[in-house]
Design a protein around this ligand. Structure first.
Ligand SMILES: Cc1cc2nc3c(=O)[nH]c(=O)nc-3n(C[C@H](O)[C@H](O)[C@H](O)COP(=O)(O)OP(=O)(O)OC[C@H]3O[C@@H](n4cnc5c(N)ncnc54)[C@H](O)[C@@H]3O)c2cc1C
Length: 578
């Protein structure tokens, strides 16, 4: 199947999801006979076209390539092109009680890819809805459909809206909208994507279409730009929830600064983490640092420099203390590196650098700071591509790349055979150096006990540190796959002792992580489930209602909202994660 127009992205997609993958076992939605399922697939094909319903080998495109044991195999995937097709698909799914699992580009690797939480669900992939509806340079926002990739948005800004920087993650083949809904992040000043949502449009299970925030007021000049609301803010209902199918996202973009500086702080030993974390956290809280600093350990940093682990591993296969010392020497790295950026005028940037140096050296005296300053030539804008060519950190300045996809091959044997994979455990930690050091020491020992290298990279947000613990493995190796599961369970169990919560989860751990939110006998979960069941079973859409504010936002959507017939849907057609 052709999922991407750009050959580079399509080839990477094929290499990751399809090539060398064993055939999938054929599964059906729970309680549905093969005969009924064939009728359903025919009905989907009549809505979206046969080429846009995947079964058999094509279904590999909509799986989790990192989970090899078919635990989360879908029964089919259906790929609508617009809202009318989504509504018609919902109607069929509802009629036959077929669970749907929505994804946009389905690149949620480390968290389940495109695969559904409930085996046998039909994946509703929105990759064909791929229009950038608006990029507003003056007010610095974009309105995108689900299939728009970071690659698309980055190239659009570089070519057509040069006064803006898109926020992009390490690999740019994913969807801006999907990543934002799963609380993903990029690396510039607006890198915490869900915090920069300024309106969503979603189709509910009953076919109704809602918009949130100022966008709910038709034609409001502040429509997809202001994050203010009147009444409850409901955007959050559509994050990590499956309470609706999000079809448009309005999101802020960062205005390009006149001057830019990248700073890297190196701290020599593991034990320096408490002072380093305290310093960086203080600078972030005080708004001296303007983006969310990326704090990572030596294995992750050396991996990004092309380190081959086989060169250093112990007899038991892991990278122990001795190996870490050799890696430090070979690559000139310290145990910790913390990356952050400054934006503005040169004067402002130099003042921020001065203050950062004071705080860091006071709280972490062994630290060493490096910085690089970039200024546009007089009268010319600052060129992100020129910055990227020097720093190799395109993601910091809105330049989309995909080369970091190679990171996942870290644990493959010398001959490169097998399929690289990784699984993340990402708890939120407080701005408390002592606590963080204690937790990381414990987590590292669990990694070693289960035979995995401890890779850590996370963001120091304004009031907490999200520490992403990554285990790299070969997904063709059953023994490693078994051990990853054991490690993830052990981390979860230990995190309960520390009362930690995670911000994101792989399919296999979603329920376990949700269970940590247990105040008053899981009142939060009960509230969400109540909302789910409150959406009416039947809904008649207003006849011939023109859909979409083309007036103020400038974008033009031709979708009509159910003018031909009422669309009936039930929530049983959509599975809630919790
Ligand atoms: C080497 C490597 C590096 C990575 N680096 C980063 C990084 O820097 N930052 C980062 O954030 N992630 C990173 N990831 C994780 C992941 O690849 C990205 O977050 C990716 O952008 C997610 O895929 P997607 O955008 O295609 O979202 P999707 O897979 O399309 O969506 C993610 C989830 O959101 C929900 N969803 C999606 N679309 C809809 C919709 N229309 N309506 C309702 N719900 C929906 C679904 O639950 C879905 O599972 C990395 C992964 C790897 C392997």
């Amino acid at each position: 199947m052709q999922i991407y127009e750009e050959p580079e992205l399509q080839n990477l997609h094929k290499a990751t999801f399809v090539q060398g993958r064993p055939s999938l076992e054929q599964v059906l939605p729970h309680g549905i006979s093969r005969e009924v399922f064939e009728v359903v697939v025919e009905a989907f094909a009549s809505i979206v076209g046969r080429a846009n319903v995947a079964t058999g080998e094509d279904l590999l495109n909509f799986t989790d390539p990192f989970t090899p044991n078919n635990k989360f195999t879908p029964s089919a995937a259906v790929c609508p092109k617009n809202i009318v097709e989504i509504q018609a698909v919902l109607e069929i799914a509802s009629k036959h009680s077929i669970p749907l699992w929505t994804c946009s580009r389905g690149k949620n690797l480390g968290y389940g890819g495109a695969a559904p939480r409930l085996k046998g669900s039909v994946v509703l992939s929105l990759y064909r809805m791929s229009r950038i509806l608006e990029v507003n340079e003056k007010q610095a926002y974009a309105v995108v459909e689900p299939g728009v990739t970071f690659w698309d948005l980055s190239h659009y800004c570089l070519e057509k809206a040069p006064s803006l920087w898109a926020s992009v993650p390490f690999i740019s083949w994913g969807s801006v909208l999907g990543n934002t809904l799963d609380r993903g992040f990029g690396y510039n000043a607006l890198g915490c994507h869900h915090e920069n949502i300024c309106g969503l449009e979603a189709v509910l299970a009953n076919g109704d279409v809602v918009r949130t925030g100022q966008w709910a007021a038709e034609g409001a000049p502040t429509g997809p730009v202001s994050r203010q609301s009147f009444g409850p803010s409901v955007e959050g209902l559509f994050l990590q929830s499956n309470l609706g199918i999000v079809t448009k996202l309005a999101i802020w973009l960062q205005p390009r600064p006149e001057t830019y500086m990248n700073v890297v702080v190196h701290a020599k030993d593991f034990d320096d983490i408490d002072g380093l974390l305290e310093a960086i956290a203080q600078l972030r809280r005080d708004d001296i640092i303007q983006n969310d600093p990326l704090l990572s350990n030596i294995i992750l940093n050396a991996l990004n420099l092309g380190m081959k682990r086989n060169e250093f591993q112990n007899s038991n296969g892991t990278l122990g203390e001795e190996a870490i010392e050799k890696i430090k020497e070979k690559y000139g790295l310290a145990y910790w590196a913390c990356n952050f950026d400054f934006y503005g005028t040169k004067e402002m940037i130099m003042a921020r650098l001065r203050r950062s140096r004071e705080v860091i050296l006071k709280l972490c005296p062994t630290a060493r700071l490096e910085h690089e300053l970039f200024e546009g030539e007089v009268g010319k804008p600052l060129d992100p591509k020129a910055i990227e060519s020097v720093t190799v950190k395109g993601e910091a300045v809105g330049v989309a790349t995909v080369w970091k996809a190679g990171m996942i091959n870290f644990a493959l044997p010398n001959d490169g055979s097998g399929h690289g994979a990784h699984c993340d455990f990402a708890p939120l930690l407080p701005h408390d150096g002592k606590f963080v050091k204690e937790w990381l020491t414990t987590a590292m020992s669990l990694f070693t006990e289960h035979g995995f290298d401890f890779l850590l990279g996370g963001h120091v947000f304004r009031r907490h540190f999200t520490a992403i613990h990554q285990s790299m493995y070969n997904s063709d190796d059953e023994e490693q796959v078994r051990r990853v599961d054991l490690l993830m369970d052990a981390l979860d169990e230990k995190s309960r002792e520390y009362r930690l919560t995670n911000y994101r989860a792989h399919l296999r751990q979603m329920d376990a992580f949700q269970d940590h939110y247990n105040f008053n006998s899981h009142a939060y979960k009960r509230l969400i489930q109540t909302i789910k069941h409150l959406i009416p079973r039947e809904f008649c859409l207003p006849a011939s209602k023109e859909f979409g504010p083309k007036e103020k936002t400038g974008f033009n959507t031709s979708s009509k909202m159910g003018s031909e017939r009422p669309v009936i849907g039930t929530l049983s057609g959509i599975v809630v994660r919790s």
